[in-house]
Design a binder for this molecule. Structure first.
Ligand SMILES: Cc1ncc(COP(=O)(O)O)c(C=O)c1O
Length: 420
């Protein structure tokens, strides 16, 4: 153990990863993962496209490429971002291996150990993992149903400054947030940017779900309002196919240089084959129609989840009502610890992601994230019904025996799904 670098101390398996093996058992309804509903893709025509790609362009597709990504794709990415009001030049786009790699690179180039990153509370577990891996400290900023609260952002900045630490950037997921499912109100966007600019704090805008608004609504990207102080992260994972691992960063010119160097040292170049495949798909398929198909599938699932929550959940539970994306964030009554309850839920053949994984400071024990992206509407209803039964039992125990203190989980961070 002593041979590991100190930074590995911050690297622990996320609770969600630990869950994947159980959640994939067929008898378990998994409301835990964030896997896109790929069955909505036109697999036949995609398969023909891949064959054609190799036949016509194989020597390029299977070769190394530029660290910044292929130019055609970077141009197409600019067209996609224009839908959110962003005006960008392909030179300022860096293609990445999913936006997860972008998160790693951004943290790597900006954060020294002990630097502070502000992030919504709760926030995306993969981002928290990257911040921990570079020994950055996360300070959470409160959200309400309209997203990040500007006054809470000011307070967080003041309290970090008072403690003598440096804030390197604000990490925010403005649209259909993971895990909370809320969206930053359009009226708040300029204010958030202004506060950050006043304090010399960069904004990292992570926007994988922005085109998945159920009414087709597209919110203006923060980057569209401030080109100089926002690093924008995009991804094809939710709008096309997550397994291709193609995402991107749009950064101010000077930052872009460092990002390319960081990308080069991590992977030499993003996979040429996958980039060409995405590029051809965008050129030859009705990709906007595909996004609409996804939106409709997710909307139907969201509706199934919200109506099942209304019908089955015990009194005292509350939840967010997303108008896009993949997730509902549930708060349970006092007395229930969602992390401690998870093995019992899995025994009852339902899985969720407990709230603690979405906070760097282990808050969230009365919250859970439910994903509606993958199971069918019928399975979602059944999953929520089972979950409500488990919660009902927990509450009955609490009401009978009082404090659950003796039943809190201690020890390793990740719950052991095998206890089920
Ligand atoms: C907010 C957020 N950012 C980034 C990612 C990573 O996406 P990618 O597949 O592009 O690496 C996810 C995936 O769930 C996410 O929800």
């Amino acid at each position: 153990m002593r041979r590991y670098a100190q930074r590995t101390a911050g690297m622990t398996a996320s609770e969600i990863r630990a869950l994947f093996s159980v959640a994939s058992r067929p008898e378990v309804v998994s409301l835990a993962g964030g896997m896109p509903y790929l069955a909505a893709l036109p697999l036949d025509s995609l398969s023909a496209e891949v064959g054609q790609l190799i036949a016509e362009d194989g020597l390029v597709a299977l070769q190394y490429g530029s660290a910044q990504g292929i130019p055609e794709l970077r141009e197409q990415i600019c067209e996609i971002m224009a839908l959110e009001g962003i005006s960008a030049h392909p030179d300022d786009v860096v293609v990445t291996v999913g936006s997860q790699m972008a998160l790693d690179m951004v943290t790597r180039i900006f954060c020294d150990p002990g630097d502070v990153v502000l992030a919504e509370g709760p926030s995306y577990v993969g981002a928290l993992g990257s911040f921990a891996a570079y020994q950055a400290q996360v300070v959470h900023v409160t959200m309400d149903e309209h997203g990040l609260v500007p006054s809470a952002l000011r307070e967080a900045l003041a309290s970090v400054a008072a403690s003598g630490r440096r804030v390197k950037f604000l990490y925010t997921i403005p649209n259909f947030q993971n895990p909370a499912g809320v969206t930053l109100a359009v009226e708040r966007r300029a204010e958030v940017l202004e506060i950050c600019a006043q304090h010399g704090v960069l904004v990292v805008e992570d926007n994988p779900y922005g085109l998945l608004g159920f009414d087709g609504q597209i919110y203006p990207a923060l980057r569209s309002l401030d080109a100089d102080n926002v690093v924008y992260l995009g991804s094809f994972s939710k709008t096309f196919a997550s397994g291709l691992r193609v995402g991107w960063v749009l950064a101010p010119h000077a930052v872009r240089e460092k990002l390319v160097l960081a990308a080069e040292s991590a992977t030499l170049c993003p996979p040429t084959m996958n980039q060409l495949m995405v590029s051809r798909y965008l050129a030859t398929h009705d990709w906007k129609g595909q996004i609409k198909t996804y939106r409709e599938a997710y909307r139907e699932r969201r509706d199934a989840m919200l109506s099942a929550l209304d019908q089955y959940m015990p009194a005292g539970c509350t939840w967010t009502k997303p108008d896009g994306g993949f997730y509902v964030w549930v708060t349970v009554p006092e007395g229930v610890n969602t992390k401690a309850m998870l093995p019992r839920a899995v025994t009852q053949r339902v899985a969720y992601a407990s709230g603690t994984g979405f906070y760097a400071d282990r808050l969230g024990s009365r919250q859970m994230r439910l994903s509606y992206c993958y199971p069918t509407p019928e399975r979602i209803r059944e999953g929520v019904r089972r979950l409500a039964n488990v919660l009902g039992d927990e509450l009955e125990l609490y009401n009978t025996f009082g404090s659950m203190a003796g039943r809190e989980v201690s020890g390793p961070e990740s719950p052991s799904p095998n206890t089920a």
